[in-house]
Design a protein around this ligand. Structure first.
Ligand code: FAD
Length: 466
């Protein structure tokens, strides 16, 4: 640790983005403070500030690589804690109700509840001697130096009755308060232009429930995921939590809300285009009540195009871009942004806001195009279908059909969706020809007479972190 950049930095929000940010700031500042409204010490369950913690969360392949870079030995730590890990290829994907051929990718995926993953990240940060957690505390607003455009701290108030406002001073303040970030409104209130916001309105619902299963439906696979498509807009993420426990998140787009009453939840699972999920849960023991989450729109805030912005303040994670969660990108993109922050700090200074926002905009571009473009395949989603979007979605449908016949195509698709390969990998002429050829006759769905018993499988021998 060299502490070469400054004396004190403050991170607003102690979730995944905030914790990782604090970890890299601790290399560069003498003292780092994380402020959050929740008490998180030892928390391994969903908390008020992160209600999405009850729902299925997968870490993309790139996210797993970046977490390993930021927190060396992290994957081994999860494995040591008994969290099931398998090759990303050992997820059972269904595209349009048809099983994708499984492919070995060499990257791990963990069967873990989101709060448990966060707990392991937090333990790493709590172990740092120069990081202080200020919890049970509301963040009110950044503080500007008088007559200046430099942020010099943050106003907070503890949630205990009778508490008064306090200011925590800082040379750098990083907003990682998630989608509900108040920085856009605060900037406007102190005379800066309003940050432009792009939205893709999807009106998505998740409803989730945990189960103790009577029989093993996974057979070595990490999860069973019938992916929503325009023809089958209902989807599910059903993954093992180790032993006989599993988490099921049902998804519906365009206002189609998976019910929270037990019968309705079961009926929705039964309406999926493949029977695997319903058959696994119909006799299983529920471990909690179904709980719903509404996600009205993906939101991208264009900080990089602001003409004025105060020094000493950065924003990252969901506070900048909150993606349609079905693509599983949020934690991975947040970790990639933190890696960018670390590159700057290692050069000896905190990044200038404009340079940082330009850099993270480039990180966001690809996943945003994947998610926002993919969503426009659904008729219920509002937005302009440019020729590029229409061609991409038509090609993606062919690609998913081809993946039911060709494990190599599944593997390349998963690496692109996992943000370890660029989308151009799907556009190479030889690959496109293979997609067109293999998509002529997709594999039958489980309901069709000649359906195979299971998708072509990859072996399930233990893997090491990539
Ligand atoms: C249903 C659902 C499923 C998802 N699935 C996936 C997935 O599979 N994979 C994936 O990578 N991502 C997924 N995401 C996205 C993922 O949850 C986020 O990207 C991730 O949590 C990183 O967000 P963050 O740290 O920026 O903000 P958040 O996780 O939203 O955390 C914000 C933090 O700030 C604190 N806070 C906010 N305001 C204040 C305030 N005024 N005062 C004090 N504290 C405050 C909160 O308590 C919280 O701790 C999903 C999201 C949803 C909604």
């Amino acid at each position: 640790m060299s502490h070469h950049v400054g004396a004190q930095a403050v991170v607003l929000g102690g979730s995944i983005a905030g914790l990782l940010t604090a970890h890299v700031l601790a290399e560069a500042y003498e003292h780092v403070v994380i402020v959050d409204r929740d008490e998180t010490d030892g928390a391994r369950d969903a908390r008020r500030g992160v209600p999405q913690g009850r729902h299925a969360h997968g870490l993309l392949a790139r996210g797993q690589q970046v977490l390993e870079e930021l927190l060396p030995g992290f994957a081994d730590e999860l494995i040591g804690a008994g969290i099931p890990a398998t090759d990303v290829g050992r997820m059972r994907w269904y595209f349009n109700g048809r099983p994708a051929r499984q492919a070995r990718t060499g990257t791990l995926v963990f069967g873990v509840m989101r709060p448990v993953l966060e707990h392991h990240v937090r333990m790493r940060v709590r172990a740092l001697p120069n990081v202080e957690f200020v919890e049970g505390t509301d963040i009110l607003s950044p503080v500007l130096a008088p007559e200046s455009d430099r942020v010099i701290g943050v106003r907070v108030r503890r949630r205990t009755p009778g508490s008064v406002e306090e200011t925590i001073e800082a040379e750098l303040v990083v907003d990682a308060t998630g989608r509900g970030s108040r920085t856009p409104a605060w900037l406007e209130s102190v005379g800066y232009p309003r940050v432009r916001e792009e939205q893709v309105k999807i009106d998505l619902f998740y409803t989730s429930r945990r189960y103790r299963l009577r029989a093993d439906p996974f057979h070595g696979d990490q999860s069973i995921n019938p992916v929503a498509s325009p023809a089958h807009p209902r989807g599910a993420f059903f993954h093992t939590l180790g032993g006989d426990e599993a988490l099921l998140s049902l998804t519906g787009i365009g206002g189609d809300r998976p019910p929270t009453d037990p019968e309705g939840f079961l009926a929705y699972a039964r309406s999926l285009p493949v029977p695997d999920v319903y058959e696994a849960i119909r006799d299983a023991e529920p471990l909690d009540d179904p709980v719903a989450f509404r996600f009205p729109a993906s939101v991208r805030r264009r900080y990089e195009s602001l003409t004025g912005f105060p020094e000493g303040l950065l924003v990252l994670g969901d506070a900048v871009c909150s993606f349609n969660p079905v693509y599983g990108q949020g934690m991975t993109v947040a970790s990639m942004e933190v890696l960018a922050l670390r590159r700057h700090l290692r050069q000896g200074s905190a990044p200038a806001p404009r340079a940082f926002f330009a850099e993270i905009a480039r990180i966001i571009d690809v996943p945003w195009d994947i998610a926002a473009g993919g969503d426009l395949a659904f008729p219920s989603v509002e937005g302009e279908r440019t020729a590029k979007v229409r061609i991409s979605n038509a090609y993606l449908a062919r690609l998913q059909a081809a993946a039911t016949r060709d494990a190599g195509i599944t593997g390349t698709f998963l690496r692109v969706a996992g943000l370890v390969e660029p989308p151009q990998a799907l556009m190479r002429p030889a690959f496109m020809l293979r997609v067109l050829w293999k998509s002529r006759r997709p594999a039958p769905s489980p309901g069709e007479a000649s359906a195979p018993a299971a998708p072509g499988r990859v072996p399930s021998e233990p893997l090491r972190p990539s």
